[in-house]
Design a protein around this ligand. Structure first.
Ligand code: TXA
Ligand code: MG
Length: 318
């Protein structure tokens, strides 16, 4: 069983040995291994049961180190890095040969980010390699936002979980690439599109295709609970729900239904708070003795767009 602790030296020892360690970030917990060591990277894919066509994000702690891993940083990428790193932003950049093809699933770009979490930044500073880290959940399931979530699912498979508390943001990083100089969002996430546009002007959104996903985090069914999860408007939820249903709601309760299994993402209607609670509440409802879970959309602005994206994927609808 994995040890849960805050011992950075211990975590570094495991990583230096080619083993995997779960690490906290401001978005979700990552399942980390030496990104330059193919066998460590292979064990990430095996531990997560992740298909090898789904590439990993490489985490580092400085732009100086990043230059060892990428061929160039386009002007717009540099602007975004300066504005938002460390933070919930992943950039797709042309990779250097030092990054194994296994990390990028054979693509010539590598996904990189500097996460904003004090423990993990200190961990990275003491390592002489970057960390490849997908979210620390079995492939397809809800991402973990606490050390306990990681332990529940991968505790038997890894030696150490670095405990950095509950993730502040709670949904994955926003992935940004550059196609013919056009800033393109590959995955909505913890950095709002509007905030990115304030820095680089208008961006385009990559439409997803589940048959040939550019970013398989864009697969239709992802971040999904084990129980059936239905996204409906409130009046449909009211007529469909029964005593064996759970409810994932935005900011106010459903009238006439027992509140025991109603969870409000943000009673004060704050999208940041809703993002922070999303995965933990979905996971908690999934663990209750219920037959199904009903959810509703949140306002489709700022972080609400990423929340709605995750809700749709949890419900496997377009
Ligand atoms: O917030 C996050 O990004 C978290 C924390 C741990 O950093 N990580 C995370 O990793 O969400 P993961 O593996 O669950 O999602 C990474 C996504 C996948 O959808 C993958 O397809 C996409 O990044 N990706 C990675 N490299 C790519 C590339 N070169 N081109 C396009 N998409 C890429
Ligand atoms: Mg993931």
């Amino acid at each position: 069983m994995a040890i849960i602790g805050k011992d950075i030296k211990r975590a570094q020892e495991f990583l230096n040995n080619g083993q995997l360690v779960a690490i906290p970030t401001e978005t979700v917990y990552g399942l980390a291994g030496n990104a330059l060591d193919e066998s460590a990277v292979l064990s990430i894919f095996e531990t997560k049961k992740r298909p090898s066509f789904d590439p990993l994000i490489v985490h580092t702690d400085s732009l100086e180190k990043l230059e060892q891993y990428v061929l160039e940083i386009p002007d717009k990428a540099f602007l975004l890095a300066k504005a938002f790193w460390p933070g919930p932003l992943t950039l797709l950049l042309p990779k250097k040969i030092i990054i194994p093809d296994l990390v990028t699933s054979g693509l010539d770009t590598v996904a990189v980010r500097i996460p904003n979490h004090a423990l993990t930044l200190e961990l990275l500073t003491g390592l002489d390699f970057p960390l490849a880290a997908p979210s620390a959940n079995p492939f397809g399931y809800i991402s973990p936002t606490s050390a306990q979530h990681v332990s529940q699912q991968l505790g038997d498979e890894i030696p150490y979980i670095l405990d950095g508390g509950a993730c502040g943001i709670g949904i994955e990083s926003t992935i940004v690439g550059f196609i013919d100089g056009i800033t393109t969002i590959y995955r909505l996430g913890g950095l709002a599109v509007e905030t990115i546009e304030n820095v680089v002007g208008e961006v385009s959104l990559m439409p997803h295709s589940s048959s040939n996903p550019q970013a398989p985090g864009m697969l239709k069914s992802h971040y999904a609970p084990r129980k059936p999860f239905y996204l409906k408007d409130r009046s449909s939820i009211l007529s469909l729900g029964n005593e064996n249903s759970g409810y994932l709601l935005y900011d106010h309760y459903l009238d006439g239904i027992d509140r025991k299994y109603q969870r409000l993402l943000s009673p004060k209607g704050d999208l940041k708070e809703a993002a922070h609670n999303l995965f933990a509440y979905l996971r908690a409802l999934d663990a209750e003795p219920l037959d199904q879970i009903y959810g509703e959309f949140v306002p489709d602005i700022n972080l609400g767009r990423a929340i709605n994206d995750r809700l749709k994927r949890a419900a496997a609808i377009d």
